[in-house]
Design a protein around this ligand. Sequence first.
Ligand SMILES: Cc1cc2nc3c(=O)[nH]c(=O)nc-3n(C[C@H](O)[C@H](O)[C@H](O)COP(=O)(O)OP(=O)(O)OC[C@H]3O[C@@H](n4cnc5c(N)ncnc54)[C@H](O)[C@@H]3O)c2cc1C
Length: 292
Amino acid sequence: MTLTVLPAVEHGAGYADKLLMPAWAEVVKIIPEAEGVTTFHLRLTDPDIQARYRFQPGQFNMLYIPGYGEAAVSMSSDLETSGGLVVHTIRHVGNVTKAAGRLRVGDAVGLRGPFGTAWPLQAVEGLDILIACGGIGLPPLRGAVYHIIREREKYGKVTLLYGARTPKDLLYPAEYEAWKAADIDLQVTVDRGDENWTGRVGVVPMWFYHFRVDPHRTAVLTCGPEVMIRFVIYEALARRIPTDHIYVSLERNMKCGQGACGHCQMGPYFVCKDGPVFPFSAIEGFFNVEEY
Ligand SMILES: Cc1cc2nc3c(=O)[nH]c(=O)nc-3n(C[C@H](O)[C@H](O)[C@H](O)COP(=O)(O)OP(=O)(O)OC[C@H]3O[C@@H](n4cnc5c(N)ncnc54)[C@H](O)[C@@H]3O)c2cc1C
């Protein structure tokens, strides 16, 4: 019995035999995104590895900060948009990610990866796409947005429902106009507005009622805090979207990244290897969300 629930993605870095060994990368650009959130553009130091480095949106790297350790971070771009560079958007919450916040251009970090499954962007062609994400759940989906924009005619109606705690926490606001111009129905909501905010207020799942959904023509891609994912799934199931059209990216504590250490085990799956992107149909028994 194979447990891989989405097609395995090839390890593209060209050092698949050494996936416990980080490859060095140089920080070439740093973009402050919001309070406590930064985007890093990284170039692998070995030109041979850099030339062969491939990944797909949804996959992640183990980022190594010397002296601090490793943390899982998703690709927050795609190869075409980033010109081959590795792009990570990081919220500085703990040991490794706070150390990342002190990086400067020219510093060296280690990367192991890419690991895990990707968003099934070919499998959902022809469908309406509802992307529902919150907070640091947008970066793992940004590469998927770039892909959909490039191949826009292959998808039906595309809605991006994105929530942040406050207007100041919104990520990538400079890109929103371009996304809308590319026929992405961008709907932004915040938990708490400020004196200038005239947009939506409320958590992401609350706004589902706003959309007319053709359940058998719709795929949901969701990433964010687990409580948000649970309610997104509730809302999707309430609209009779099939469980194998709901794709979730899960966050678990990871160490090896390749299904050996068992830290991220969830039922029969290793989230690092069989995920992080799962069709809900594969994990509903372990995710504690009852069907309507
Ligand atoms: C597949 C995958 C992809 C990920 N992609 C990204 C990404 O693109 N960008 C990103 O910023 N993070 C991402 N994460 C989350 C990141 O790996 C964790 O936040 C990681 O624990 C940070 O390591 P650390 O050493 O900095 O924090 P730790 O030292 O492990 O944690 C220190 C403290 O921070 C708290 N903490 C840990 N994580 C979070 C969190 N997410 N929110 C709030 N508090 C937290 C812990 O409870 C602990 O108290 C991803 C995780 C996974 C599994």
